[in-house]
Design a protein around this ligand. Sequence first.
Ligand code: DX5
Ligand code: ZN
Length: 224
Amino acid sequence: MVNLHKLKIMPSIIAPSILSADFANLQRDCEMLNNSSADWFHIDIMDGVFVPNISFGFPVLKAIQKHAKKPLDVHLMIVDPDRYVQQFKEAGAEILTVHYEACTHLHRSIQNIKNNGMKAGVAINPHTSASLLEDVIKDIDLICVMSVNPGFGGQKFIENTYNKVQQLNALKLKHHSNALIEIDGGVDLNNYKKLLECGANVLVAGNTVFGSSNPTETIAKLKS
Ligand code: DX5
Ligand code: ZN
C-alpha cells in the first residue's frame, strides 16, 4: 500500500502563455505576470513550417526578457531547432523545449540545450505515444504534453491527455526520472485539478488567463 505520508506533494507550476497576451501592451502584461502568482512565462515560438502559424521571434522575445522577472519557458514549434539554441540562451530562455517530431537526432538536441546552460524539455504532439520518450526520459528536465494540436491558442482540450500523463508518470518511476510534466493547450478551471491528480506538474494557460476578466485572480485559482 502507498504510504501517503511519504509522498512528496509537489506544488504546481503555473506558466501563462504570452501568445494570448495583448502584444500592443506587452510590458503591461509582463508586469501583471510579475505581480501575480504565476511561476514562469510560457513563450511559444512558431515558424509557419512545423505548425501552420507564425508567432514571433527574437526581437519580441528580447522585449519580454527586458520586463519579465520570472523564468522564461520557451516552447519551440520550429523545424531544425538546433540552429538557434545558443541564440535562445542569449535571449533569456531558462527552459528550452523542442518537439520530438522536429528532431531527427533528439538526444543530440537535448545535449546541445544542456551544454548551453539551459534546462531541456521535449514536447510531444497529441498523436505521439508517451512510450517514445522512454530512451531519453532520464536525460530531460521537462516533458511538454500537447493537449491540443500545436499552432494556436484557445483550442479545445484533448481528453486522452489524462491517460498520457499517467503513462508518463509510470515511465518516470520506471527510469527514476525527475522530469516535470507540463500540459500545454486548453487548460482551464474545469480540467486543471484532474490534470494535477493524474500527475501533471506544470500548467500552461493562455486563453484561460488572458481571456478572463481578472487574469491575476485566474492565475491564483489555477495555483490553488
Ligand atoms: C499552442 C501553444 C500553447 C498555447 C496555449 O500551440 O503551444 O502554449 O498558447 O494556449 P491555450 O491555453 O489558450 O490553449
Ligand atoms: Zn506552448
